[in-house]
Design a protein around this ligand. Sequence first.
Ligand code: SF4
Ligand code: SF4
Length: 288
Amino acid sequence: MCGSILMSTVHSHLKDLDYSVVQQCMHCGLCLPTCPTYDATKLERNSPRGRIALMRAIADDRLEPTKAFADEMYFCLGCLACMTACPAGVNYAELFEHARAEAEQSGALDSPRRSFIRSLTLSWLFMDLNRLQLVGRALRLYQQLGLQTLIRRSGFLKLLPKRLRELEAMTPTVQDQFSSELISPTTPAAGPGKYRVAVLTGCAQDLVRPFRNGLVFPAGDVPALASSLREAFSDVDRLQKWGDHSREIIKGYSYEQATRGLRAALRSVRAENGKQKAEIVKDGERRG
Ligand code: SF4
Ligand code: SF4
C-alpha cells in the first residue's frame, strides 16, 4: 500500500512570528484613544486591539487571511501611535509588518488592475530617480501653468472614476526644487572634522525613532538641521547608543524587506481609503 504525506510548504508570516510577540496584548484598551482610525470610526476592528486580535487569530489558525483581514491591515496607518500608549510594551511594529506581509502573501487583494498599478509604480517609476523626477517636473509644470486649477474648475474630473478623483484631490503641490537640488551630497565641516554625519532625505524617517536612534528634521530646514546636530552631539554616549540601536534596527533588513515596506507604505494610501485618511489627517492636524 502506498501512502503519501502532504507537507504544507506555505509559509505564514504571522504563524512563524515569535509567539511571545503575538500574545503580548492584554486587551486593556489604553491604546484605543491614540489610534486615529479608531477615533474616526469607533469600531473595535479598526483599533490596535482589534487588529492584534485578528493577527492572533491567524497565528492560532482560527482565521484565514481573507480580504477583510487584508483591508483592515491596510486601513491601519502604521503610525505606531498605539505603541507609545501601550503599558504592556506590545511590539505592534513587528506585528504590523508581519500582518501586512501575510495579507500580501494571501493574495486576497490581488487583481489585474492592482498588479498593473504596482508594476508601473514599484517596478518602473520608483526604481529610477530620473523617471521619478521627470514625472515630478511634469506635474509641477501642470500645476504652475494653472492647468490643474482649470481642469478642477471645468468639472472634467467628474468624468473620472471615483478612486482617481480621490487620488487627484490628494495630489501634493510640487515644490520649486527637489530635495536633491536643495541639499548637496556632501557638506565639508566648517572647522576641523570630528565625525561623519549621514543625513538621509526621503522615506528613511520610518527607521528613525526620535531620541532612540536619531532625529528627524524637515528637508531643507537648515536651522532645524543645526539644532538636531547640536542636540545629537550634546551627549556622545547617547549618540553611541543611538548608533547601536540603528544597527539593531537594520540588522535583518534586506532589499526584499525594504521593497515590502515601500509597497506597504504605498498601499496605505490606496484610493478607496484615501478620502477617509485625508479626513483623519486633517482632523489630527486640527487637534494639533
Ligand atoms: S499603527 Fe496607528 S492606525 Fe494602526 S493601530 Fe496603531 S495607532 Fe492605529
Ligand atoms: S496593544 Fe497594549 S494598550 Fe492596546 S489593548 Fe493591547 S496591551 Fe492594551
